[in-house]
Design a protein around this ligand. Structure first.
Ligand code: AHR
Length: 503
């Protein structure tokens, strides 16, 4: 009889990485497909509120406790005139939206989105257009949103019914400006210069804001990581964060290799951190640039369907990935990776939030439901607040097509000192076997086991639909806690959340 696989871990209160910035549980709503129209906003829907926002969607977003939502793009922002989306709705222009080749009706714009964000208890992370526009539009929008009163743009906001400034604190300087698909693509030199000058003007209007400069669109870009280095070399003192974007897919149906892809994300984070610190050293600067992983997720299921979409339609079903169980496992591992880098990844946005590569789906005029990836996002967001601990983990390993020495067990832990709670997030990537994990928790004296939540399914390809939620968590994980040691059986291919609390 074969011996069961074993892993061990030590968690100690004093082995800390850093406080978790809750903004790593952020998300993203772009004017793309049915994210806005038919997603968050659908006047006439039975669940619509007085502004046309779907209350069923608000409720699902609130459960996730999303602290910050990026808006309005994405690629869309690079040819967007923000002025089109403010003022009386009946006067707003219909425009060709060039990034996704649709019609933008502008029935939702900055003010409505700020209202919606308040309804879901989130802050807004606003992006400015540095594709077709530049310093002038950037300084005007921040005067419109953040200046109290008495000037042209602030009075225009007030005339639109918003007496008080929105005080939006986080701003993205364009989007994926290295990409040939981007309207107004820029070399790093060109981008660094405009990011510096637009950022300078924006901080003159409101010095309390934080600015995110674009990094590379993904690690496969030919100019990665030189794009980051050049941009930061030019704009180091004006910006506060550099952005990272990455999407993964299982195109060759190789689950072992697919589930290892967070190792690529780990390498990406380490490379960008090193690049930031090189420029810091070069400038003899005291300031540290942190990482905003403001687009991340699985994205590939919808690629073929998207080729069939009729151009210039209003809110077509674009990028509507239907996520399966293995996607939820990788999403769990990506969230674990952020927690392992809590010292430098201070913001992250799951891209996106509703309908478009999203944890929440809706039918126009109909139901809303949770995709498989909703659950690891939910669990880390609600339990992963506190200080990220440094797990000393020893796990059996495997090799896959693109990776060697992949630990079967991925884990991160968060200690919430105030609530006297510790939450351990674990993925078992083994496709056939359960793994017995033993965790040394002796520094957590007086703590008791609260629950062991598990997301598992026999079929890696199982999905949730509007009619049936077949992938959902249960609380019957097999764990015991005795004399400071936790023993847990991690089922094959499972996402686990083990929570302990001082009694
Ligand atoms: O999230 C979908 C798209 O992916 C975004 O618009 C763009 O920034 C990225 O390429």
């Amino acid at each position: 009889m074969s011996q069961s696989l074993k892993a061990t871990m030590i968690l100690d209160k004093s082995y800390q990485i850093a406080p978790v910035d809750e903004r790593i549980y952020g998300s993203f709503v772009e004017h793309l497909g049915r994210a806005v129209y038919g997603g968050i906003y659908e006047p006439g829907h039975p669940e619509a509120d007085e502004q046309g926002f779907r209350k069923d969607v608000i409720n699902l977003v609130k459960q996730l406790q999303v602290p910050i939502v990026r808006y309005p793009g994405g690629n869309m922002v690079s040819a967007y005139n923000w002025e089109d989306g403010v003022g009386p709705k009946e006067e707003r222009p219909r425009r060709l939206e060039l990034a996704w080749r649709t019609i933008e009706t502008n029935q939702v714009g900055t003010n409505e989105f700020v209202d919606w964000a308040k309804k879901v208890d989130a802050e807004v992370m606003m992006a400015v257009n540095l594709g077709t526009r530049g310093i002038d539009a950037a300084r005007n929008i921040i005067e419109y949103t953040n200046h109290p009163k008495g000037t042209y743009w602030s009075e225009l906001r007030r005339s639109h019914g918003y007496d008080q400034p929105h005080n939006i604190k986080t701003w993205c300087l364009g989007n994926e400006m290295d990409g040939p698909w981007q309207v107004g693509q820029k070399t790093a030199q060109e981008y660094g210069k405009i990011a510096k000058e637009a950022g300078k003007a924006m901080k003159l209007v409101d010095p309390t804001i934080e600015l995110v400069a674009c990094g590379s669109s993904n690690t496969d870009m030919p100019t990665f990581p030189e794009y980051e280095a050049t941009t930061l070399d030019i704009a180091y003192e004006e910006v506060d964060f550099i952005s990272l974007h990455q999407y993964y897919g299982n195109r060759t149906n190789d689950p072992a290799n697919y589930l290892a892809k967070n190792l690529d994300m780990d390498h990406f984070i380490k490379t960008v951190t090193a690049t930031c610190d090189y420029i810091k050293a070069k400038h003899r600067s005291k300031k540290t640039i942190n990482l905003s992983f403001d687009e991340w997720n699985v994205w590939y299921h919808s690629n073929e369907a998207d080729k069939q979409i009729e151009p210039w339609s209003v809110a077509p079903p674009q990028l509507e990935d239907v996520y399966n169980f293995e996607d939820a496992l990788l999403v769990g591992s990506m969230l674990i990776t952020f927690l392992q880098h809590a010292d430098r990844v201070k913001m992250a946005c799951m891209a996106q939030l509703v309908n478009v590569i999203a944890p929440i789906m809706t039918e126009n005029g109909g139901r809303s439901w949770k995709q498989t990836i909703y659950y690891p996002y939910l669990h880390t967001s609600i339990y992963g607040r506190g200080v990220a601990l440094k797990p000393i983990l020893s796990s059996p390993k495997y090799d896959s097509k693109d990776f060697t020495d992949v630990p079967y067990v991925d884990s991160a832990a968060v200690f919430n000192e105030e609530e006297e709670e510790v939450s351990i997030f674990i993925v078992n990537k083994h496709l056939q076997e359960s793994i017995d994990l033993s965790v040394d928790l002796r520094s957590f004296e007086g703590f008791q086991l609260q629950e062991h939540v598990v997301l598992e399914h026999e079929n890696l390809k199982a999905v949730n639909t509007s009619a049936e939620e077949s992938v959902k968590p249960h609380s019957h994980g097999a764990s015991e806690f005795q004399d400071g040691y936790l023993t847990a059986r991690l089922s094959k291919t499972s996402w686990n959340v083990i929570r302990l609390k001082k009694s």
